[in-house]
Design a binder for this molecule. Structure first.
Ligand code: CP3
Length: 340
């Protein structure tokens, strides 16, 4: 039994003594303790692939920041790698795929990920669960098929994602074939994370917002929906950044929680998604403000969500140069201001 199961109860739509809180990207560069571990290694990937150390940096924010959940330290890009497309994490720049998918020949060279190829993630989950000692839940995660597809086609981040978007018009069959392979890989991967001990899972659709609404439904939600249907063991959160126009359709997903970014309006979301728990959605830049400003913004956010089942978070991952003291203060504010 978990000592603090606030997030799980909120995800199930039950009322809680106070609003639970965690932060996307809480396990990472904001903490000097993370940077110390990371700098002792050859790079980001070594940290991801060393279960004892991945567990250590997963637990750091629970102890240091006082969040109500841990999220397993890994990256969404382990899936394309397990499918046969390796990535590099370039210092201060981000992910880079030396080889990208351009044709059917490239897809034929890939495989549906074998869940065993990602055993280092499940090992990290098992160690983390053991070390957390039932204090707070552990969140597992994966990228949404569309976001993973974008990286596999573009080879990295992009201003326009025009190569990935172009394929949805120029070769629909090829796009579906790759999206299907990613979806199947992701289902096996999430199931194994849950078997290893993940108490809930989040699907990150970071590049949802670059698609037109009809394409979002056809090429992203369709595949997210397949994942939601296949994962029945734990509550699922779907976070589709920038896809405010898709909230209505997301009501039909078989998931418990919908993540909102900071452009989305909690008051409209409550009406559109009456039966879902909502997660979010403070602007990450609010944490650059004074403590007084942070408290004011947090108060406004909590009052916008009102009595609707809510998991407090930022509207996207915490920015790496945010002062951890400000993050701690935000978490304290949630705990203090939301006590019923
Ligand atoms: O949330 C957490 O604390 C758990 C760990 C986590 C990481 N990446 C670690 C990481 C999670 C959940 C992710 C998800 C992820 N990875 C997403 C979806 C969430 C989002 O932010 O939209 C995306 C798009 C990626 C791909 C990725 N990984 C990018 C674009 C980058 C470079 C930019 C950046 O934020 O640094 C990464 C690197 C990465 N992933 C770091 C961390 C801690 C920083 C690298 C380092 O420490 O050297």
């Amino acid at each position: 039994m978990l000592k603090n199961d606030l997030i799980l109860r909120a995800a199930r739509g039950e009322s809680t003594e106070r609003t639970p809180v965690w932060l996307m990207r809480q396990a990472g560069r904001i903490l000097p303790e993370y940077r110390a571990v990371r700098n002792s290694l050859s790079g980001f990937k070594e940290l991801v692939e060393t279960p004892e150390l991945a567990a250590e940096v997963t637990i750091q924010p629970v102890d240091i920041l006082g969040v109500d959940a841990a999220i397993i330290f890994s990256d969404i890009l382990v899936i394309p790698e397990a499918m046969g497309l390796t990535y590099e994490m370039v210092e201060k720049k981000g992910p880079h795929f030396p080889k990208t998918v351009e044709s059917i020949k490239d897809i034929e060279a890939l495989k549906v990920a074998h869940p065993e190829d990602l055993s280092y993630v499940y090992d990290a989950i098992k160690i983390t669960k053991n070390e957390l000692n039932n204090s707070v839940p552990l969140i597992g995660f994966a990228g949404a098929p569309w976001t993973i597809f974008s990286y596999m086609i573009e080879g990295g981040g992009s201003k326009t994602f025009s190569k990935a978007r172009r394929l949805l018009y120029s070769d629909t069959a090829l796009a579906d074939q790759l999206l299907d392979m990613i979806t199947e890989s992701t289902i096996g991967y999430l199931k194994r994370q849950i078997e290893a001990g993940a108490d809930m899972v989040q699907i990150f659709d970071s590049w949802a917002g670059v698609l037109p609404a009809t394409h979002y439904s056809r090429f992203s939600l369709k595949y997210i929906s397949k994942i939601c249907d296949a994962i029945t063991e734990v509550p699922i959160t779907v976070f589709a950044k920038g896809a405010w126009w898709a909230l209505e359709e997301m009501n039909d997903l078989d998931c418990r929680t919908i993540g909102l970014d900071w452009n989305m309006d909690p008051n409209s979301a409550k009406k559109i998604l009456p039966n879902k728990t909502l997660q979010g959605n403070l602007d990450p830049c609010a944490l650059y403000g004074s403590n007084e400003a942070i408290k004011e913004e947090t108060k406004k956010m909590l009052s916008n969500f009102g009595n609707h089942p809510h998991i407090a978070n930022l509207g996207h991952g915490v920015y790496p140069d945010t002062d951890p003291e400000k993050v701690k203060y935000f978490i304290e504010c949630i705990k203090e201001l939301s006590t019923h």
